[in-house]
Design a protein around this ligand. Sequence first.
Ligand code: GNR
Ligand code: NI
Length: 171
Amino acid sequence: MSTLKILIFPDPRLRTVATAVGTVDGKITTLVDNMLETMYEGKGIGLAATQVNVHKRIIVIDVSEEKNKPLVLINPSLEEIIEPKKMPYSEGCLSVPGFYEELERPSKVKIKATGLDNKNFSLEAEGILSVVIQHEMDHLDGKIFVDYLTNLKREIIRKKLSKQKKLGATS
Ligand code: GNR
Ligand code: NI
């Protein structure tokens, strides 16, 4: 296993719309292993392939306390918004390091996806899992949580991260 480099906002490659995975093969399972290692190393609770510059519809998530319940979603799609009532949650992103902002998303959703075994399944998610799934599915469509903020807030974040990159800052 190895860790992968995470693209940082405003990298334009984060705007790529990912394409569907055909069948899950060894190449995909290796990528998933490396995405999980990258997510755990970054202390993240989710990671989309887009963030590691692979533009395929693959998401890994682990919202467990013990960090031992990886969830892999291949070609995820939203089936139903079960509870549209918005849930406020302070979101962060490994591609937007150091910035957290409260967003509101539907609190309960039903999604379908393919697993590593190539089988389709449905999943009802609420609470933080619902939030993270929606955050990750946005990445696959080239969308980042800062897109929901005011232009002013997004510009401030963009300028700070661009300056850090120029200075070669590590955090
Ligand atoms: O680690 C992460 N934490 C998080 C917190 C609130 C809402 C969404 C997230 S996902 C984020 C990891 C990440 O960037 N996934 O794309
Ligand atoms: Ni993110």
